[in-house]
Design a binder for this molecule. Structure first.
Ligand code: ATP
Ligand code: MG
Length: 254
C-alpha cells in the first residue's frame, strides 16, 4: 500500500494565553485522493486543525505532536501542495484587480511560469471551475460577479499550485442553499478529476455526507468519532454525534 499523504499524530495545539488547548492529542491519517469531512460544533477546533495542517497557525502558538507528509517525502508547501478555500473566500479577492490577473499571479507564484503561460493557465482554471466564457470573466473585477462566481474564482486560485490536498473550511457556508450544492458538486468533481485529497470542514453534515468517504467528529479539541461516512451517519457511536445529526435533520415531532 502506498504511504499516506498526511499523518497527524498526537497533535496538541495551544494558542497563546488560552486556558485550554484548542486541539488535544489528535491523531488522523489521510490517503492520497481521500475525502474527509471534519464536523463538530463551533469552537471544537476544526479550523485550528486546518491551520495546523497548513502551517498557518499564528506565531506564539505551541504545537506538540507530529504532522508529516509521507507521500511527498518532504514538508508540504502551503499554496503549492495544499490549496485553501475559506468561508467567503470570494470576498477576499482583491477588489481593484481583474480576476484573471489575480489567478495568473497565484499561478506564477506557485509554479514559476512566465506571465504568458500563467495567463493561459488562469483561463484553464476558470474553465475548470465551470465559469462560462472564461476570457470575458478574466477581465472582470470581483464586484461584477455573483457570490457563487466569486467562490468559484477562489477555488480556481486554490487549484493554481496543483495541490495534493484541498482544504475547504466552511467553503460553502456563506452561500445560499442552491449555490452551496453547486459548489459542493464542483469540489466533488475537481477532487476526483485531479486526484486531490479533500478535507471538507462544515457544520452541514448532510452536505458533507454527499462529498466525503470518511467523517471525523471533533468535540472540545478532541477527535471523538471517526469512520466511514455511511456508518457515522447511520450508526453514530457517540451521543455528541447523534446530537449533531439530530440538530441537522430535525425530526418531526411525534
Ligand atoms: N487565534 C486564536 N487565538 C486564541 N484562541 C483561538 C484562536 N483561534 C481559535 N481560538 C480558540 O480555539 C478554539 C477552537 O477554535 P476553532 O476556530 O478551531 O474552532 P472551529 O471548530 O473552527 O469553530 P467554527 O465552527 O466556529 O469555525 C476555540 O476555543 C477558539 O476560541
Ligand atoms: Mg472554523
Amino acid at each position: 500500500m502506498s504511504p499516506p499523504l498526511l499523518i497527524v499524530e498526537n497533535l496538541t495545539v495551544s494558542y497563546p494565553s488560552a486556558q485550554t488547548p484548542a486541539l488535544s492529542d489528535l491523531t488522523l491519517n489521510l490517503q492520497r485522493g481521500e475525502r474527509l469531512g471534519l464536523i463538530g460544533e463551533s469552537g471544537s477546533g476544526k479550523s485550528t486543525l486546518a491551520r495546523a495542517v497548513a502551517g498557518l497557525l499564528p506565531r506564539g502558538t505551541s504545537v506538540a505532536g507530529r504532522i508529516e507528509w509521507p507521500a511527498l517525502n518532504r514538508p508540504a508547501e502551503p499554496g503549492r501542495d495544499i490549496g485553501f478555500v475559506f468561508q467567503d473566500a470570494g470576498a477576499s479577492l482583491d477588489p481593484v484587480m481583474r480576476v484573471g490577473a489575480q489567478i495568473a499571479e497565484v499561478v506564477r507564484a506557485d509554479r514559476n511560469l512566465s506571465w504568458h503561460e500563467a495567463n493561459k493557465s488562469a483561463l484553464d482554471l476558470l474553465a475548470a471551475v465551470s465559469l462560462p466564457d472564461p476570457a470575458t470573466l478574466a477581465r472582470s473585477y470581483p464586484h461584477q460577479l455573483s457570490g457563487g462566481q466569486r467562490q468559484r474564482v477562489a477555488i480556481a486560485a486554490a487549484l493554481a499550485g496543483e495541490p495534493a490536498l484541498l482544504l475547504a473550511d466552511e467553503a460553502t457556508s456563506a452561500l445560499d442553499t442552491i449555490v452551496q450544492a453547486e459548489i459542493a458538486a464542483l469540489l466533488d468533481r475537481l477532487v476526483r478529476e485531479r486526484n486531490m485529497a479533500l478535507i471538507f470542514i462544515t457544520h452541514d453534515i448532510a452536505l458533507a455526507s454527499n462529498l466525503v468517504s470518511r467523517i471525523a467528529v471533533l468535540q472540545d479539541g478532541r477527535l471523538v468519532e471517526e469512520g466511514v461516512t455511511h456508518d457515522v451517519i447511520t450508526r453514530p457511536s457517540r451521543p455528541y454525534t447523534r446530537e449533531l445529526l439530530a440538530a441537522h435533520w430535525e425530526l418531526p415531532a411525534p
